[in-house]
Design a protein around this ligand. Structure first.
Ligand code: FAD
Ligand code: NAP
Length: 254
């Protein structure tokens, strides 16, 4: 395949299939400069030679010793790019944009944060795994709560990595899975915003949402972000802006 302006030509090293729709791609050969928690674009040309490019978050932190990039992707059967990414095999070509963006990064977290909440649905857990995995810039908050909301238990991905991270964070990192469409032992049942409103999430994680000491990062389903942000605003937290520090930042996936 030909080169695409603004993109690195890279290679699929490995594809991991988690469910029928959900998979991870490990990509090598793209010397992308990025910060843990950011996203870039992946692209493929279509049959007419048009470039189809979409944003995807990095799951891994930047590695000084390798150019490996990992992505967690859900295939939308009606989508233009994601079903094609799901078909990619080891050794095949993929294009990776030459820049990365996004504010779900270490620098965004106010230094005085005591409780760091990382609220995700579906593939939105990706940037938080990247952020937590960056050994050179670990969030320093007293407590970090990683929340992953999914429809079914089988979408609770990267459990082995999360267990490793929990060991490395030596008691500071709480992982709270939430499953909405089946009862699962060890997971809460329902939706993130409802569980916050009912006080269930705070109690389960032994961590409060407070305008004074909490910072909340949200990623994934835009409806979850809207409903959860409304709930947090009702509790007195405020949106965070560079010019006006607050408690809430988010990244919508669609
Ligand atoms: C900043 C940013 C980061 C992103 N990171 C990721 C990521 O790490 N992993 C990932 O899978 N997607 C991610 N996305 C979504 C991704 O860019 C594409 O929109 C998605 O893969 C669909 O592309 P497509 O060409 O297959 O579908 P299109 O032809 O563009 O069709 C879009 C349809 O898919 C739905 N949709 C879009 N994204 C998702 C999604 N993630 N889950 C469920 N439904 C969706 C929309 O409601 C819409 O109906 C991100 C989006 C943004 C804006
Ligand atoms: N992941 C899969 O195994 C799977 C299977 C079939 C199809 N798909 C397709 O892939 C897409 C993504 O699926 P997904 O499961 O990753 O993500 P999703 O639809 O975003 O669901 C992830 C979690 O977000 C919750 N959620 C949805 N709207 C919310 C809101 N307004 N407030 C709070 N929480 C909310 C869901 O709860 P609810 O369950 O209550 O909605 C679910 O627990 C879907 O659009 C679907 O077309 C995925």
């Amino acid at each position: 395949m030909a080169d695409i302006a603004g993109f690195h030509r890279a290679t699929i090293q490995k594809r991991t299939d988690w469910t029928e729709q959900l998979f991870s791609l490990r990509v090598i050969g793209a010397p992308l400069q990025f910060k843990a928690g950011q996203f870039t674009k992946l692209a493929l040309p279509d049959a007419e030679g048009n470039v189809i490019a979409r944003a995807y978050s990095l799951v891994n932190a930047p590695l000084t010793s390798s150019d490996t990039l990992e992505f967690l992707i859900v295939a939308d059967p009606n989508g233009q790019l994601s079903p094609r990414l799901q078909q990619l095999k080891e050794g095949e070509v993929i294009y990776v944009a030459q820049s990365a963006h996004g504010d779900l990064i270490f620098e965004t977290i106010p230094k005085q944060t005591k409780n760091l909440w990382l609220l995700s649905t579906g593939t939105g857990i990706g940037p938080f795994l990247s952020l937590l995995d960056d050994i050179s810039l670990r969030p320093t908050s007293d407590k970090i709560v990683l929340v992953h909301g999914v429809r079914h238990e089988r979408a609770l991905v990267y459990r082995y990595l999360i267990e490793q991270l929990q060991q490395q964070y030596q008691g500071r990192l709480v992982y709270q899975p939430i499953v909405s469409r089946e009862e699962v032992s060890g997971a809460l049942h329902g939706r993130i915003n409802d569980l916050i409103e009912q006080g269930v999430l705070s109690e389960a994680c032994d961590c409060e949402f407070s305008a004074h000491n909490s910072f909340v990062m949200l990623c994934g389903n835009p409806a979850m972000i809207k409903d959860t942000t409304t709930q947090l605003l009702n509790m007195g937290l405020t949106k965070h802006r560079k010019a006006e520090p607050g408690n809430i930042v988010f990244e919508r996936y669609w």
